[in-house]
Design a protein around this ligand. Structure first.
Ligand code: ZN
Ligand code: ZN
Length: 363
């Protein structure tokens, strides 16, 4: 079958015909309809992701961890013709968290991830998968459903932030999060989705980048009631203005010093959530800085990878947004390329286009 293949740690990707030995004989056959492309795919293609690894016994890996497809046969609950999204991370089969459906908290670190590490990905004509890893896609959001994979990571992130903040009263006098101020640093796809997610959970949301917003970004932020801050090179302007946050979500993919500097504009008892991973730069924290974190009860939490319940919630969230912000939803898929257009496919796998939010490959 046709597939997009990588050979980590070598750089590059190719569209080629492959024969994959049946991985799951008793799984369901799914014809792939679309794949999403994100920074992780590009890091793998550029040979920059240390974790990238071929499945055991293979010298190549099919790329892709964001996909929707159509079921070609009936399952126990799902039916032939249903549109589904496969969950991308699978457990180690050993630790308690993995055995209970939460490989995002794998204790051994031996989990595998489709198209990233130890498991063939979804950028191919067909996959065979078990029903337990498939999430139904509501028909009304078919066009934007590919966003549910990255959004699942953010549903999980918000869950985790709320559970960390259960150490105190974090809801407001009216029982909502309406009085809490959140800053999302970075306006890439993850930043924008997190801004919208926090907004639809009722928080006051500010988004920051070190430039003026694009026209598209302005439209999205205005519609959702999100404030934009041009932080230029650091947070000194924010620091001077006196604006302080209950939550800072770092999604800039920038260098370590951004996270360290942002601690200064957190309120007491605030939480800094760090998403993703930048492999460059370093930050220095003095003993006094750490002492302040302790005195001010600041929490720093690493956020990654949603699981099936978060995928399910992401589907509902997209349906909700499609109702309340239909004009925003139209803006989020910024490019679609077909697998037969090899040149364009390679281009989107190699680098991010100007103004890109989400690119998808159709089959
Ligand atoms: Zn991704
Ligand atoms: Zn595990």
């Amino acid at each position: 079958m046709k597939a997009i293949v990588v050979r980590p740690p070598s750089t590059g990707a190719e569209i080629t015909d492959i024969e994959i030995k049946p991985e799951k004989l008793d799984g369901l056959s799914i014809k792939i309809l679309e794949n999403g492309v994100c920074g992780t795919d590009r890091e793998i293609v550029k040979g920059l992701m240390g974790e990238a690894a071929c499945p055991p016994g293979d010298r190549y890996m099919v790329l892709g961890h964001e996909a929707i497809g159509i079921l070609e046969e009936d399952g126990k609950y799902l039916k032939k013709g249903d549109i589904v999204m496969p969950v991308n991370r699978r457990g180690c089969g050993k630790c308690l968290n993995c055995l209970c459906g939460r490989p995002d908290f794998c204790e051994t670190g031996e989990f595998i991830e489709a198209g990233i590490s130890g498991m063939h990905g979804f950028m191919r004509e067909k996959i065979i998968d078990y029903e337990e890893f498939l999430v139904p896609v509501p028909k009304e959001i078919r066009d934007i459903a590919i966003l549910a994979q990255p959004l699942s990571d953010l549903e999980k992130s918000f869950d985790e932030i709320v559970s960390v903040q259960r150490r105190m009263i974090w809801t407001c006098k009216d029982g909502t999060y309406n009085c809490r101020k959140a800053l999302v640093v970075g306006t890439g796809p993850i930043g924008i989705l997190m801004g919208l997610l926090l907004r639809s959970n009722g928080l006051m949301v500010y988004m920051a980048n070190k430039r003026e917003p694009t026209e598209k970004e302005s439209k999205i932020f205005q519609t959702a009631g999100i404030e934009y801050i041009n932080t230029e090179d650091d947070f000194s302007g924010v620091l001077m203005s006196g604006l302080r946050f209950d939550l800072i979500f770092e999604a800039s993919g920038g260098t370590a010093d951004i996270a360290a500097k942002s601690l200064k504009i957190l309120k007491n008892n605030g939480v800094l959530g760090i998403f993703g991973f930048s492999s460059t730069g370093h930050a220095e924290l003095s003993s006094e800085d750490l002492q302040k974190l302790v005195y001010r009860s600041i929490a720093v939490v690493g956020l990654i990878n949603g699981q099936k319940p978060h995928f399910q919630r992401a589907m509902l969230r997209l349906s909700e947004w499609n109702t309340i912000w239909p004009e925003i939803m139209k803006e989020l898929i910024t490019k679609t390329v077909n697998i037969n257009d090899k040149v364009s496919v390679m281009k989107v796998l190699e680098s991010k286009g100007p103004g890109e939010i989400k690119v998808k490959i159709t089959w």
